[in-house]
Design a binder for this molecule. Structure first.
Ligand code: HEM
Length: 463
């Protein structure tokens, strides 16, 4: 076993922190290209490795998952606002909480959420007018926020949506700013950012404690909030309101921004890929014939699901996963000492030509069954994997497919500006500025007629 993986020489004091934080997407891609599947880095005094081979990723996330914990950087920064919820907790505490929250994501329950998803999409579409230019990223954010609050907490946030959305965006911006700084200031450090952090917490607390108060008044309605409030630990103890708040805020944050970004990138990609767009429209017209989509339709909306998969490949909404080694481990033939931060750049692996030839091309047909089984499992993992796999993965897939179908059935979205849309990667991968799109109303028949032979290997189902 070789001792140290190859890697670039870093700054004497900061190591690679500044380069990494400044533009992680470019830095990670360059590292993988120049140094291979395991690259040694240093963040200040902390050793780190970047890993990009599916076998090593499988080892960290699945086979030897118990030898790793979440990395301190994300855990500490996020927990300043999210508290101790599923995303930031670890060990036995995390295990107990995951068991408590998991039932809200069981297959049967998720099926029932489908109606809320399309209902909320229909409400949004009522407010759209053909010909207008809209900030799609904001519309998607408001829509997915409404859906996560309604499905999991039975709460209608339409009155509070903008305030909550602003607070949640501020959470991510605070984390961005902290990540871009060469070192982390402790939480008690007096700074304007600390005040902002407190203001954000206050808005989220007001709204979420409001959900909790109302659910206490109405009693058990069978939603996630009722389950969290009723749950008892082994000693018969209940979760404190504070813990319920932390789980709720975590789910609201993790459950809306990611899916909203996925949909925004999907519409950008479709606007730039007329063949794929025509194929999608044809499928929607044939399968739905003008109806709003329902969960039962998803089975037949095959091309729609391929479009979402390919969009999650090109723009994985959670672009990087991080862990910290709890003991010495071996990765790619190198000994990785205890305490090393392991960086898994999902977006680099998703753009690797070994698994995805012509990787920058948007090609939904990469995800037909035969092609999927030919790739290693961890060549594509937008939802992570192993015990800490995204708890909302089926929820998100269903939501993304239903919303894409509901919107694309009615509108063709065109980019209103010619300036390129630059992705910004921190905790999530989002457009660095508003995505203004023009709404063109569609007529049903034209799409089926324009379907050409380019995608003929994939058959549109008959009505
Ligand atoms: C396209 C949408 C989504 C993507 C790409 C995504 C991605 C991810 C990834 C990669 C992780 C694992 C992070 C790690 O291993 O460190 C994760 C965890 C998590 N996600 Fe998602 N997610 C999405 C949607 C959702 C939704 C809709 C919810 C909830 C309603 C959700 C809730 C969570 C939670 C609570 C965790 C932490 C799970 C744990 O550690 O036990 N996510 N997500």
């Amino acid at each position: 076993m070789t001792h140290k993986p190859p890697g670039p020489k870093g700054d004497f004091i900061w190591g690679h922190t500044r380069l990494y934080r400044h533009d992680p997407l470019t830095f990670e891609r360059t590292l993988a290209r120049e140094y291979g599947d395991v690259v040694a880095l240093r963040f200040g005094l902390r050793r780190a490795v970047l890993i990009t081979h599916p076998d090593d990723i499988h080892k960290v996330l699945v086979a030897e998952a118990d030898k790793f914990c979440k990395s301190a950087v994300y855990r500490e920064l996020l927990s300043r606002v999210l508290g101790n919820g599923l995303l930031t907790s670890d060990g036995e505490f995390w295990q107990r909480q995951r068991k408590l929250v998991q039932p809200a994501f069981h297959h049967k329950r998720i099926q029932a959420y489908g109606a809320v998803m399309t209902e909320q999409a229909a409400q949004m579409l009522e407010t759209w007018r053909p010909g207008e230019v809209r900030p799609l990223n904001r519309d998607m954010m408001r829509l997915t926020l409404g859906i996560v609050c309604k499905t999991l907490f039975g709460a209608d946030v339409s009155g509070d949506a903008d305030r909550v959305a602003m607070a949640l965006t501020a959470v991510l911006e605070l984390v961005d700013v902290a990540l871009e700084a060469p070192f982390f200031l402790p939480e008690w450090w007096p700074s304007p950012r600390r005040q902002q952090q407190r203001a954000v917490r206050q808005i989220l607390d007001e709204v979420v404690y409001g959900f909790i108060r109302r659910r206490r008044e109405t009693g058990d309605t069978g939603d996630l909030l009722s389950m969290l409030l009723a749950a008892r630990g082994e000693a018969g103890d209940r979760m404190s309101d504070r813990q319920v708040r932390d789980e709720a805020v975590t789910l609201v944050l993790a459950g809306h921004e990611t899916t909203a970004n996925a949909l925004t990138w999907t519409f950008i990609l479709l606007a730039q890929s007329p063949e794929a767009e025509a194929h999608l429209h044809a499928e929607l017209d044939i399968v739905l014939a003008g109806r709003l989509p329902a969960v039962e339709d998803l089975r037949r909306l095959e091309y729609t699901t391929l479009v979402i998969k390919e969009s999650l490949r090109l723009y994985p909404p959670a672009p990087t996963i991080e862990r910290e080694a709890l003991v010495d481990v071996e990765l790619g033939g190198y000994r990785i000492p205890k305490g090393t931060i392991v960086v898994i750049p999902v977006h680099v692996v998703h753009h690797d030509a070994r698994w995805f030839p012509d990787p920058e091309k948007f090609d939904p047909l990469r995800f037909t069954k035969d092609k999927e089984v030919a790739r290693p499992k961890f060549a594509y993992f937008p939802f992570g994997g192993g015990p800490r796999i995204c708890i909302g993965n089926s929820f998100a897939e269903m939501e993304a497919n239903l919303l894409l179908a509901a919107i694309a059935q009615r509108y063709r979205l065109r980019l209103a500006d010619s300036t390129p849309i630059i992705p910004k990667a921190t905790i999530t991968l989002r457009p660095s500025s508003d995505v203004r799109m023009r709404l063109e109303a569609r007529s049903m028949t034209s799409a089926a007629e324009t379907l050409n032979g380019a995608n003929a290997q994939y058959r549109v189902p008959s009505g």
